[in-house]
Ligand binder design. Sequence first.
Ligand SMILES: Cc1cc2nc3c(=O)[nH]c(=O)nc-3n(C[C@H](O)[C@H](O)[C@H](O)COP(=O)(O)O)c2cc1C
Length: 214
Amino acid sequence: MNLKGKTVLIGVSGSIAAYKIAGLVSMLKKQEANVLVAMTENAKNFINPITFETLTNNKCLIETFDRNFEFKTEHISVAKQADLVVIAPATANVIGKIANGIADDMLTTTTMACRCKKLIAPAMNTDMYENPIVQDNIDKLKHFGYEIIEPNCGRLACGDVGKGKMAEPEEILEYISKEIMYEKDLVGKKVLVTAGPTIEKIDDVRFLSNHSTR
Ligand SMILES: Cc1cc2nc3c(=O)[nH]c(=O)nc-3n(C[C@H](O)[C@H](O)[C@H](O)COP(=O)(O)O)c2cc1C
């Protein structure tokens, strides 16, 4: 698998699962992807931006109004570069903000500006995950074309056992490669499934057919 020429924007929010994203970023770099990381302020409590900057060779995007760069409207230029956005881990808070059109930090503002496909990998305590408000926000994201990478069941960092454990980096990588590696060469094509043999005319005399299978 090679992701050369592809830019993946990873959004990291304030969950204990944030440390796992260093592994994901490292795997993406091995596939030669260009990786940009946008973090929330709260995510910095869980992983240091220097880790991502060292792994990606790119500056971590944290502050919307950061003036310490060559001038361009950064959230827009980053959004235009991205072939795919992956928000992992996605907190209940970030899911709620994106689902409701709130763009009050670099991660949510850039996500709002991205036209490309977006994958969301929720990570949270089971009670938070099963909260109907969170479920409603997830449904809303699905409705708007965001793809949810379902969290796993297991022992959570808080000691509870249940659903809410972020999908493992290898699983997230699988989603990413499915999304940007393979050409969507069946998009727009109509497929006819028949229940018996079919005959396709080659010329006035010959035809191609197949045995009927049951
Ligand atoms: C130790 C610790 C672990 C946390 N883990 C999660 C988590 O996995 N998922 C989540 O939704 N919130 C978690 N939170 C709460 C969020 O950090 C909090 O809601 C924060 O406001 C999220 O900010 P952000 O979405 O801007 O990153 C955790 C908080 C602490 C103190």
